[in-house]
Design a protein around this ligand. Structure first.
Ligand SMILES: *Cc1c(COP(=O)(O)O)cnc(C)c1O
Length: 376
């Protein structure tokens, strides 16, 4: 066996639409394919306004600008997440106050957020790990009570729901990723969703290098110029064309991934149920749906995880661990306030991700599960 951890899935129309974008002679951003993608998301999920970006990291940087982060402002971020969830705010001068995960899944523990709030707190960044919703009612309630902005890091959370509400539609702002490791891909790509209308006009300006170019092209102003800060956050039409080919097959991609996820779950459940259970399977809170972004296991110790990854590798299967705790990272540990975040450290030590991609064959998946069983 030789099974990679990830394989980007192509729907077949990507090159065709990219060629169309080229033939139309409009290669820069905010053209026909960009508008089609943005409209797709607005209509399907009810996001108020969507702007494609060159990455989720960029969308988070736009969010940090929109939140008007000033040096010393505090932003609450889970420690068990990708660097970008914190970095975008650090670049704007924020101090990151890291929050711990829940015992039942790696998401931020909403019950512990309130104790982290000070007079300088400005933003909460819930990260929907593995596409599984954070407790958004609780988080929005806290945000309202203390007048905070909520930026959902929905990088992994496309087509996933919290109590029938799409993730990314609940916070004031949210950011998605179309990196090749996500469910829907564009190579590198992302999207900022603006659900609070207060931010829409300024978001468009920041997106287009601090100019009111979008208003000019809609005929709302008769010339455009430099009106605010910003950067070149928009992707070219070639990227948007690729993304469109993926979006046309979103339901098919999702149903295939969910099928594989269920197959993993049923094949591995006996290991998780055994008397002194050897692994824990992903926990899905009753308020969350599953978008099958990822299938992970939680081992009992770092040693057991290291042994399991090696055993899989020896049998031709590439399984990988995930985040290292950001609060003890070389870049931030000096600035962290010293609080221990034990649940986060537990996932950093014990979580392992299994191969999960559209083109993974059922036989391969069953074989992976057999290799895992044989490890114990
Ligand atoms: C992938 C990911 C990002 C970064 O996405 P890019 O599009 O690569 O910038 C940010 N946050 C989380 C939680 C992610 O999984």
């Amino acid at each position: 066996m030789n099974i990679p951890f990830n394989k980007p899935h192509l729907t077949g129309k990507e090159a065709h639409y990219m060629y169309q974008a080229v033939a139309q002679g409009k290669l820069s951003g905010n053209g026909a394919f960009t508008k089609k993608c943005q409209q797709f998301f607005e209509e399907r999920y009810g996001f108020k306004k969507c702007l494609l970006t060159t990455s989720c990291t960029d969308a988070l940087e736009m969010a940090a600008i929109l939140c008007d982060i000033q040096p010393g402002d505090e932003v609450i971020v889970p420690s068990y997440t990708f660097v970008s969830s914190a970095l975008a705010f650090v670049r704007a001068g924020a101090k990151i106050v890291f929050a711990d995960s829940m015992a039942s899944n790696p998401n931020i523990d909403a019950e512990k957020i309130e104790s982290l709030i000070t007079l300088r707190t400005k933003v909460i960044v819930p990260v929907h790990y593995a596409g599984v919703a954070c407790d958004m009612d609780r988080i929005m309630e806290i945000a309202e009570k203390y007048n905070l902005i909520v930026v959902e890091d929905a990088a992994q959370a496309i087509d996933s729901y919290y109590k029938d509400r799409p993730l990314g539609a609940i916070g004031h702002l949210s950011a998605f990723s179309f990196h090749e490791t996500k469910n829907i891909i564009a190579g590198e790509g992302g999207m900022l969703c603006i659900n609070d209308e207060r931010f829409i006009r300024r978001a468009e300006i920041i997106w287009e290098k601090g100019t009111n170019r979008a208003e000019f092209f809609r005929g709302e102003v008769n010339k455009y110029g430099w009106v605010d800060t910003g950067s070149s956050f928009l992707p070219s039409e070639v990227i948007a064309a690729f993304l469109w080919a993926q979006l046309e097959h979103l339901d098919e991609i999702q149903s295939r991934r969910k099928h594989l996820w269920e197959l993993y779950h049923s094949n591995l459940s006996s290991l998780a149920l055994s008397p002194n259970s050897l692994i824990a399977l992903p926990g899905l809170p009753e308020y969350a749906t599953n978008n099958a972004h990822m299938f992970y296991l939680v081992c009992n110790s770092l040693e057991e995880r290291t042994a399991l990854i090696k055993h899989l590798k020896d049998n031709g299967v590439l399984a990988v661990f995930h985040y290292l705790s950001l609060h003890s990272s070389p870049y931030y540990q000096e600035k962290h306030d010293g609080r221990a975040l034990p649940e986060c450290d537990h996932y950093a030590d014990c979580l392992v991700r299994l191969p999960m991609y559209y083109d993974l064959k059922e036989e391969e998946l069953v074989e992976i599960c057999n290799v895992i069983s044989s490890a114990f």
